[in-house]
Unconditional design. Sequence first.
Length: 551
Amino acid sequence: MADDDTLYELFAESCLEQLRGIETAILDLESAPAGELAGRVDAIFRAAHTIKGDAGAIGAANLAALAHGAESVLELMRRDGRPADRQFVGELLGAFDDMRAMAENARNDASRDIAERLARLAALVQNTPSAAEQPAESGAEPEAEPEAEVDTDKAPGPAWADERIRKLAIPALELDVLVDRVGELGIAQARLSGLALRRADLELRGVAEEVERLSALLRDQVLGLRLLPIKVSFPKYRRLVRDACASLGKDAALVMEGENTKLDKAVIEQLNAPCIHLLRNAVDHGVEPAEVRAALGKPRQGTVTLSARQEGSDVVIAVRDDGGGIDGRKLWAKAVAAGRIDAGRPFDPAAALELIFLPGLSTAEAVSDVSGRGVGMDAVREAIAALRGRLDVQSAPGAGSTFTIRLPVSLAIIDCLEVRCAGEAYYLHLDYVEECLELPATAALAGTTGIMELRGLPMPLLSLRRFFDLDRVEAHTPHVVTVRRDGGRAGLVVDAVIGRKQAVLKHLGRALGRVEGVLGGTVTEAGDMALVLDVPGLLAAAKRQHDADNH
């Protein structure tokens, strides 16, 4: 039984490897130039042929038959050299979707009903003009054609064996555990370095420095293993936009940029749902119907752009459409009618855009299969916040909207600045820190906030001691950590600055939930727990508290 399980698992891995990227290749057939069509069809054909052979070897007759049906359609396209229409592409997508589902559960292959799918594929073959010129058994011909498969069988084993040796498949869960262990090693290394300094032992210090160098190299290597190009998720979005357009009767093309930008695999996995929602909204709420666009002087086909780029240790992902934009006044009126906003409050364009994140508020006139119930955007923002990121929106009437997601490249281990307040350790993400200095006597603190002059310019201050309601006995010489804030600067007032440290981020757990201004916890060199602060979230929470106190 165990051997059977292993066989089916290996078969599933092989098939899914063949199917990876197939959806993108099929979608490309719609727009591929005539000169490139044959090569792209060949790539899809090879995948179907390999799946058919593997499925036959383990007795998955239905999967093999479905792959053979797809081969027949692909052979017609390869022979005719003509671009595929939407019907061809739609049927091929459906066939390969079924193959993927069947490969994942090949043990139950005999219970699959593929008659309808085979009939649809056969109808494509029969309705193709040149199909009548084919022999009655033309569907079976491709089995003898692919020379590539035969050639690999003739080749001796060393090249194949070398490939297997150079590449190992490691379960993602094992890699997650490895990253966590490397983080714990970094903490132990920091404790060793501290011990070496306190002992004033030169030999021990030399060993500690060597361990520090090796652990840093190991950390970078292991974290690099979890970084994947974001293009592993991008192909599925083309299908999503295509299906949304078909459902809504709209015409839009998805343009993707920066597909080689790398992100932690954990981030990519959790980013899928927010991106799907934003893309669906772009088609439903953003892009206008073709007739409306033509009347406005726009191209009949709308454009939705999904782009990614790296900025420092952050990745910026943007979903942009060239539709009608967000009607801020309409949102404002709906919010007033729903009692979400005071009717006497003057219209604020920036605040109006933020209303789309209120649950239950939607500008859609009717509920569709895609959206319109006023749910989702608040969940999208919460999902991004859970990834230590933020979601911003910009929109111009008639010119479309842009939703920008900013996320850290990696979630596992972060470089921090350790500070102290009332004897407690706090960690600040080093990417936000600019400089540290003593709090000048001229600085004015009133409550939790204040202001000071930095090189001739005013800079807002936030006292961590007062914000977290710690011991009110102030330090004799408070320090200010200058951090970046929405294109400007802000200062965090602390008792002392300890130095640069590494933090293995741990979630606070369900009991505490999400705490404003806090990313999570970490273990210090002394073995104590410390909070890792969310600098942008901390400043935003302080601003809201300040505004509420002044109203």
